[in-house]
Structure formats: C-alpha cells, structure tokens
Design a protein around this ligand. Structure first.
Ligand code: 8YV
Length: 313
C-alpha cells in the first residue's frame, strides 16, 4: 500500500522525522522557497497536515488541499487552525493536551521568579565582573504573594498548584467558574488585576481573548505588579504593555509569547524590566517527545480508521 502524503508545516525534531518518514511521504512546507508554488505542486495529494501550535493551518492553506482529512497540531493551542473551516469541511483536528501542562506551568513560575528576583540581572552582574562594583538592587519577593491566574484550564491549574507551593494566595478569572478547583473565582478581570500582585495569563488564544490584558488591566495591576504571559501573544495588548513597562506603571513582565513571533517588537529588547523567552514553555526533551508521539499516534489512528486519541474537531 502506498504511504499517505502529509504536509509538514514546521520543523519537527529528528526523532519524529525518522518515524514520520518511515510511514508517510512527507512534504516540508517550511523548506519551500516559494510556498504557494510548492502547495500548487503537491497540494492535490496531501491528506494530512502536521503543524505546530503557533503555526496552525490557515483557511487558505486548508482550501488549497482538496484531499485534506486531518490537521494534527504539535501543541495544545488550536487558535491558529481555522476550526470553523475544518468542521464545515469534515476535516478532523487533533492537538497534544496534558503532556505539556507541567512544563508550561514550570515556565510560568520560572518567568515569575526571573522577573521578580531579577535573576537575569544578577547573572549579568556576575558574568561581567561587576560583582562587588555594581550593587545588585533589592528585588521583589514571590513567596506568599497574591497571584491572579487568567485561565483555569489544565495549565492554569498546574500553575496554581505550583504557586500554592510558594504559599501564594490564588484567585482566578476564566470564562466560567471551574467547580473542581478550590481557588476563588473572580468574574471581573479588572478586579482580579487590582487584587493581584502577580498576574499569570494562560487563556487560549483567538478572537475571544484578543487583548484581554489591555491598558486598563495593566493599570489595575499597578506599579508593583508583575505580568507573566505563557498563553499567546494575542492575549496581551503589546503596545499597552510596552508603554506600561517603559513608564514603570507595572513593575516587570515575563513573556514566553509575542504578537509576531519570532520577529518581536524590538522595543522589548531595550527594557530591563522584562524577561524574554523564545516561546519555549513546552520545550523540554521529555515533553517534546511526548508531543511528537501524540501527533504520530493521531496520524496513525486516523489512517488506520481508529478513533483519534486527542480530537479537537
Ligand atoms: C509549542 C504551543 O511551543 O502548545 C502550544 O499551543 O504553542 C507550544 O506548546 C508549539 O506548538 C511548538 O511549536
């Protein structure tokens, strides 16, 4: 039997490629100099897209693949996949939930600690030989503080558990209260920001959450407040955030995600009160292996006519 043909929207680790290339004819969209020409050439035989959270699959791409049956996302976020188009056209969509929750939560806490304790600044002082010459400023304690978690899904819960380990008080905002968690629900995001000393954002991206962290929310967080974003760049009004950081109307931020990755707003690079990461919340060997396995399991189940392990649509 001939191998099904799949389109790879972005690079996968080598360990996934070995398996993918053994089982499928893999067309690498990200290596094409002219992507439209490439899709015109191979699109007619593509039955699945393997993509990544931040890359997704646009309606234009899906429309140009007449035999498309499945979009398998290497990531939990499906905001970059047009789910309406998928539903209307009988295209299945899968993601990689659960396996990455702990790592993304670890990154959120890491960014909070880095921003509050100014770990990168301390590192720079030691490396540059300035220890003993330049005073390391006194920084902000994390333990025991008030943490507002924006989004109480699986990753939000993992973040809250960790913050609880630092004896922090936790309240959360989300679309609906989550009866399975003991933390206090705050239906008003502005009130949560006013109350919180640290605000950690982990809502899904997409139209419903676009810029929910706006100038007003940042003002409510206040001059001693720290913002951490491990969700999507789209959830934070970046212009408002940069202004708040420049004018120090919030104290600091820790960011793993941005509007325009990887070509982020260059003003971030000039600020000493923000810690930046290259969208690497799930980027551990352990988790990426589990994510790759799930992508491959979903593809294999689909082509074997079996139920999909982690369907979204
Ligand atoms: C990944 C993500 O960094 O899970 C998501 O939605 O964005 C991340 O886990 C990404 O999908 C890997 O490219």
């Amino acid at each position: 039997m001939s191998k099904p043909e799949i389109l790879l929207a972005g690079a996968y680790p080598e360990w996934d490629m070995v398996d993918l290339e053994a089982n499928y004819v893999v067309h690498k969209l990200y290596e094409a100099a002219d992507r439209n020409a490439f899709v015109n050439e191979v699109g007619g035989s593509i039955r699945a897209i393997a993509t990544r959270g931040e890359l997704g699959a646009s309606p234009e791409l899906m429309k140009s693949l007449p035999k498309l049956e499945l979009v398998s996302v290497y990531g939990v976020g499906t905001d970059a996949v047009n789910l309406t188009h998928a539903r209307e056209n009988g295209i299945r969509v899968t993601n990689t939930p659960d396996v990455l929750s702990d790592d993304v939560a670890d990154m959120a806490i890491g960014l909070l600690l880095s921003a509050a304790r100014q770990i990168p600044r301390g590192d720079a002082i030691v490396r540059s030989g300035q220890w003993g010459k330049t005073a390391m400023p006194l920084v902000t304690r994390v333990s025991g503080k008030r943490v507002g978690v924006v989004g109480m899904g699986r990753i939000g819960q993992a973040i809250a558990r960790r913050a609880g380990g630092f004896d922090c008080e936790i309240r959360y905002f989300s679309r609906n209260p989550q009866p399975q968690v003991a933390y206090r629900y705050e239906p008003d995001l502005l009130k949560l920001a006013e109350w919180a000393e640290f605000l950690i954002v982990i809502v899904p991206g997409g139209d419903a959450t676009k810029n929910i962290i706006n100038a007003e929310v940042l003002k409510a967080l206040g001059a001693d407040g720290i913002l951490v974003n491990v969700s999507r760049g789209s959830t934070v009004d970046e212009a408002a955030l940069i202004e708040a950081l420049q004018k120090r109307t919030i104290k600091a931020a820790g960011l793993d995600v941005f509007y325009n990755e990887p070509d982020i707003d260059q003003r971030f690079l000039t600020l000493d009160n923000v810690v930046l990461q290259p969208h690497h919340g799930s980027g551990t060997v352990e988790t990426r292996k589990a994510m790759g396995q799930l992508v491959r399991d979903n593809l294999a189940a689909h082509f074997a006519g079996q139920p999909l392990p982690t369907p979204v649509v």
